[in-house]
Design a protein around this ligand. Sequence first.
Ligand code: SAM
Ligand code: FES
Length: 347
Amino acid sequence: MIQLIDKLVKNQMLSTEEFLNLLENLDESSKAYLVEQSVKVRKENYGDKVYMRGLVEISSYCKQNCIYCGIRFGNEKAERYRLTEDQIMSACDEGYRLGYRTYVLQGGEDDYFTDERVVDLVKMIKGKYPDTRITLSLGERSRESYQKYYDAGADRYLLRHETASRELYRKIHPMMSYDNRLECLKILKEIGFQVGAGFMVGIPGQELSDLVKDLELLKELKPHMVGIGPFIPHKDTPFKNFESGTLELTETMLAIIRLILPDVLLPATTSLGSLDPKGRERGLKAGANVVMPNLSPTEVREKYALYDGKICTGDEAAHCRRCIEGRINSAGYQVDMSVGDNKNWER
Ligand code: SAM
Ligand code: FES
């Protein structure tokens, strides 16, 4: 195992069989070694900095029907809301006061947010705060739409590929196409965005060999950011009776991703924090270097329920800001409030 991990560090990649061997046979002491190597690489690239992103959940309307997701179209019990332009601006204002210099506008695939509305939002925020970065995470759109957002001033786009297994992708995304998802990622990169791909760990039906495919896809795509987190069931979805992904396997995947993409921006996600009270700290200690505290107005937070037990739904933005700083420090890292671009990106 140790030899295999050394090879991974050296080559920043392993073969399919070697990855599978690693995932199947990693025991406690070899996992500790893997994580140690990941932290070393993370420190070489980013020191002890953790970048902060303010997350604004702009809409819980969604036209897609992803089997696992609490705000899927088919969930009639989901409470729907969309933020007004004023609410979004107030969330960014509050974020700016608290020191955030990146705003992540995320939502379900909601046609209310037309290109014109998205462009207006981006221009409004960038007009007021030119020293910030805007990340969009609004799902699949056309090349023309993505280009308009980039031209308006959006800098980054998060679109997890969710799983690199075609078969599993088809099962959990009834109305969607894997090829189109990948095409969107390719287009976003061509346009010039800092792009975030990523996947869930522990999706019902997912095998370790599927996770190897995720690693291979990431290595090929070379995204600037990778968002991974455990699958967690939501009570009003077809996956309600399945187990969550585990913290341990998520840590392992974070550590391997850090080793195959040394300078990637890698969040310790809210889902990891929701799975375990120390989940985000454990993610940081396994190689993650980004956190995304919530800036959404408290009155809507519970409605953006992607899975059960989501943390921070009752907390004010200022509370989260303090809380997360404490967690980062306790994990042995330092908050960095700069825009925190990927080292290899320039507009
Ligand atoms: N609509 C946009 C998209 O498709 O990229 C962004 C919103 S989507 C709700 C954000 C992410 O939530 C997805 O990429 C997915 O990985 C994650 N997610 C949804 N349901 C989840 C669940 N039950 N457990 C863990 N993560 C989940
Ligand atoms: Fe929101 Fe800790 S980050 S309460």
